[in-house]
Design a binder for this molecule. Structure first.
Ligand code: ATP
Ligand code: MG
Length: 139
C-alpha cells in the first residue's frame, strides 16, 4: 500500500520509536524509506567566526542521529536514504515529502521539547495538519 515512506527523527526516544515502526512498515510493504533530521538555521548574531563552528557541530550531531536511526531501522528490501535537512522541522519535512513524492510520513507524537504535559508536539501537529499524504504519529 505504501511504497515511499519518510520518517523524521530528532534524537528523542519518540523519534527513534517512529523510526522503528517506519522500518517495520518498509519491510512489510517493500517500500523505500527516507530518514530525515532537520537542524534549525543558526542565528546570524553569532558572528562569522563562531557561526561555522556551530553549523559544523549541528551537522555532525544530525549525522549521529541518522546513524542511530539507521541502526534501529535495520535492513529493508527497498532503498534506505538518510538526509540532513535545514530549517524549521515541520516545513523541512513537508517540503522533502513533496519533493520525494512520499506516500506516508511517520513521526513521533512528541520530541525533544521539554513541556511535560504536551500530548502532541508542534512539529507533528503542523505536519499532520498540512501534509498531502497520510501521517502516522507513533506514541
Ligand atoms: P516542541 O518541539 O513543539 O516543543 P516536541 O519536541 O515534544 O515539542 P515535536 O518537535 O513536534 O515535539 O516532535 C515530534 C516528532 O517530530 C518527533 O518524534 C520526530 O519524529 C519529529 N521531529 C521533531 N523535530 C524534528 C527534526 N528536527 N527533524 C526531523 N524530525 C523531527
Ligand atoms: Mg521538537
Amino acid at each position: 500500500m505504501f511504497k515511499r515512506i519518510l520518517v523524521g527523527v530528532d534524537g528523542s526516544e519518540h523519534g527513534y520509536k517512529a523510526a522503528q515502526v517506519a522500518g517495520e512498515l518498509a519491510r512489510h510493504m517493500e517500500a523505500d524509506l527516507w530518514v530525515v533530521v532537520s537542524f534549525e538555521e543558526v542565528p546570524r548574531y553569532l558572528g562569522d567566526s563562531h557561526l561555522q563552528g556551530v553549523i559544523t557541530a549541528r551537522i555532525r550531531e544530525a549525522h549521529e542521529i541518522l546513524r542511530r536511526a539507521q541502526e534501529i531501522i535495520g535492513a529493508i528490501p527497498g532503498t534506505l536514504t538518510p538526509e540532513v535537512l535545514e530549517g524549521p522541522p515541520a516545513e523541512a519535512i513537508l517540503t522533502a515529502a513533496d519533493a520525494r513524492g512520499v506516500d506516508l510520513i511517520v513521526m513521533g507524537t512528541r520530541g525533544l521539547g521539554r513541556l511535560a504535559g504536551l500530548l502532541l508536539g508542534s512539529q507533528s501537529q503542523k505536519v499532520a495538519a498540512h501534509a498531502k499524504c497520510p501521517v502516522l504519529l507513533v506514541r
